[in-house]
Ligand binder design. Structure first.
Ligand code: SF4
Length: 67
């Protein structure tokens, strides 16, 4: 059964502040893009970290090991 992409719905919940990105709302492309660069997507980070655009695994571990 074919599924359709729910871009509009995804955008309602996307916390990414990098507006020019062509992958916004296309979550499958977003996560594939970042994983390829040893990163995680914006939605893996709290707002204060997301806004730095440092989406590295290192920053993810630093962020959540402090809590
Ligand atoms: S997390 Fe990365 S790929 Fe996803 S929308 Fe934001 S900038 Fe684009």
């Amino acid at each position: 059964m074919a599924r359709h992409c729910t871009v509009e719905h995804n955008l309602e919940h996307c916390p990414c502040t990098y507006d020019p990105c062509p992958r916004k709302g296309i979550c499958c492309e977003c996560i594939a893009y970042h994983l390829k660069m040893d990163q995680l997507p914006a939605c893996a980070f709290p707002p204060e970290v997301e806004s730095t655009y440092d989406r590295s695994f290192r920053r993810f571990i630093q962020t959540y090991s402090k809590r």
